[in-house]
Design a protein around this ligand. Structure first.
Ligand code: G16
Length: 475
């Protein structure tokens, strides 16, 4: 504008072919953002350019992040570029920090045009770690929220909030809340001193639930338990329940509850955005993913604290331990034994080639009906495909969402390439097997699933192809 005291600069730049957003935004090593000219600027400009100029002019935008290294540098750039792109107001979290679910909530409350979230979520932080950018459209660290809600408002002792001060490198800890990276918490819980434990990632959208003695609630089970006890949660007493959803690789535990309660179930590709579309259409109330994400339609993101509060509501009504609630659930609905193997940072070409070859194998007609024998057990292939999803709201088709091998009886082997890694490729292998025999409900998942793992390793030749001897993380 002519009368503006600010001068808009136009800077030449050229595109980077590796700036393809994955499952949830762009994630790269910090040094890539620092060393490649305009790397951050290019991506941010693409975000602004994707918004119609008429909507952008004078609009309000939310910016926040998990406080990781490079956040404050990025925010300075974003504010300047927002002004140059005609955005009227930028709402920034205090010290640049705002959890992913909080950004979603603020966007909806103040009717912002969208929000830029500076996080690489569960990936490590610090100068040698990862940085990431997500953009949430108009439909939508964790520590300060834990202190405020769990300690100040609900009265948990202050020393129950551990690692809750935002740090640029997360104090050297890995922010992914799982059994491997959350091992300290599991050990602490094993002492039997505490009844309930939870871990979150830096941007607060993931959660891990633990009971006394470190009893682990698998995330696929967690959403199923919340679904089965949904009316213990006041929010749903008011809104009712419209539908349940899980991502394809998430175990089918939720399906059992949906069937019993006659509530519609949606199976989507990995990525919370698929739930967002269903929520916008009023079809979905509760969703969960095996990747430690759980949430409801009050915002358009998964929300770790929400999941914890949901569990606490259930505990308060049922007055049972986490373990008792979980084991009761298995007795009622059967148990989906479940595990995920992650092969992190493997060679990209080797991973892509493995997936292509595996797809050829599973898409061969002769594959259906094939019987795999491991020890005394036999598994017959009932169906196999590369998962494809047609959005029931707008008909958009998402292809290539993971290779599925489904055996008679419902056991499944799934292979996917992660869309959130920043270096090389991460191959995810998911195994799901249903058991309803009451005498077999309390076994070690790794023992129960060992045969299916053997079949998966044989079929994919993943160790031979990647030079690995085993996964980096087992959940
Ligand atoms: C993101 C998505 C989730 C997805 C997860 C893992 O979470 O929002 O929907 O399940 O990544 O994706 P992938 O298996 O492709 O690595 P977050 O918490 O990393 O933003």
């Amino acid at each position: 504008m002519n009368d503006s005291p600010l001068q808009v600069l136009t800077l030449p730049t050229s595109p980077y072919p590796d700036q393809r957003p994955g499952t949830s935004g762009l994630r790269k090593k910090v040094h890539i953002f620092q060393s490649k000219k305009n790397y951050l600027h290019n991506f941010i400009q693409c975000i602004f350019s994707s918004i119609d100029l008429r909507d952008r002019q004078g609009s309000t935008m939310v910016v926040g992040g998990d406080g990781r290294y490079f956040n404050s540098t990025a925010i300075q750039v974003i504010v300047q570029m927002a002004a140059a792109n005609g955005v009227g107001r930028v709402v920034i979290g205090q010290n640049g920090i705002m959890s992913t679910p909080a950004v979603s909530c603020v966007i909806r409350k103040i009717k912002a045009i969208g929000g830029i979230i500076l996080t690489a979520s569960h990936n490590p932080g610090g100068p040698d770690g990862d940085f990431g950018i997500k953009f949430n459209t108009a439909n939508g660290v964790i520590g300060p929220y834990v202190k405020k809600i769990l300690c100040e408002e609900l009265g948990s002792p202050a020393n129950s909030a551990i690692n809750c001060v935002p740090l640029e490198n997360f104090g050297g800890c890995h922010p992914d809340p799982n059994l491997t990276y959350g091992a300290d918490l599991v050990e602490t819980m094993k002492s039997g001193q505490y009844d309930f434990g939870a871990a979150f990632d830096g941007d607060g959208d993931r959660n891990m639930i633990l009971g006394k003695h470190g009893f682990f609630v698998n995330p696929s089970d967690s959403v199923a338990v919340i679904a089965a006890n949904i009316f213990c949660i006041p929010y749903f007493q008011h809104t009712g329940v419209r539908g349940f959803a899980r991502s394809m690789p998430t175990s089918a535990a939720l399906d059992m509850v949906a069937r019993a309660t006659k509530i519609q179930l949606y199976e989507t590709p990995t990525g919370w955005k698929f739930f967002g579309s269903l929520m916008d259409a009023g079809r979905l109330s509760l969703g969960g993913e095996e990747s430690f994400g759980t949430g409801s339609d009050y915002i358009r993101e998964k929300d770790g604290l929400w999941a914890v509060l949901a569990w606490l509501s259930i505990l308060a009504v049922r007055r049972q331990s986490v373990e008792d609630i979980m084991t009761d659930h298995w007795r009622t609905y059967g148990r989906n034994y479940y595990t995920r193997f992650d092969y992190e940072a493997v060679d990209l070409d080797a991973a892509v080639e493995m997936m292509l070859d595996l797809e050829l194998v599973v898409s061969d007609k002769a594959f259906i009906g094939q019987v795999f024998t491991v020890g005394e057990k036999k598994y017959q292939v009932e169906a196999a495909d590369n998962f494809e999803y047609s959005d029931p709201v707008d008909g958009t088709i998402s292809r290539n969402q993971g290779l599925r091998i489904i055996f008679k009886g419902g056991s499944r082997i799934i292979f996917r390439l992660s869309g959130t890694d920043s270096f090389g490729a991460t191959v995810r292998l998911y195994i799901d097997s249903f058991e309803k025999d009451l005498s077999k409900l309390f076994q070690d998942p790794q023992v129960v699933l060992a045969e299916l793992v053997t079949i998966a390793l044989q079929l994919s030749q993943i160790h031979e192809r990647t030079g690995r001897r085993g996964p980096t993380v087992i959940t």
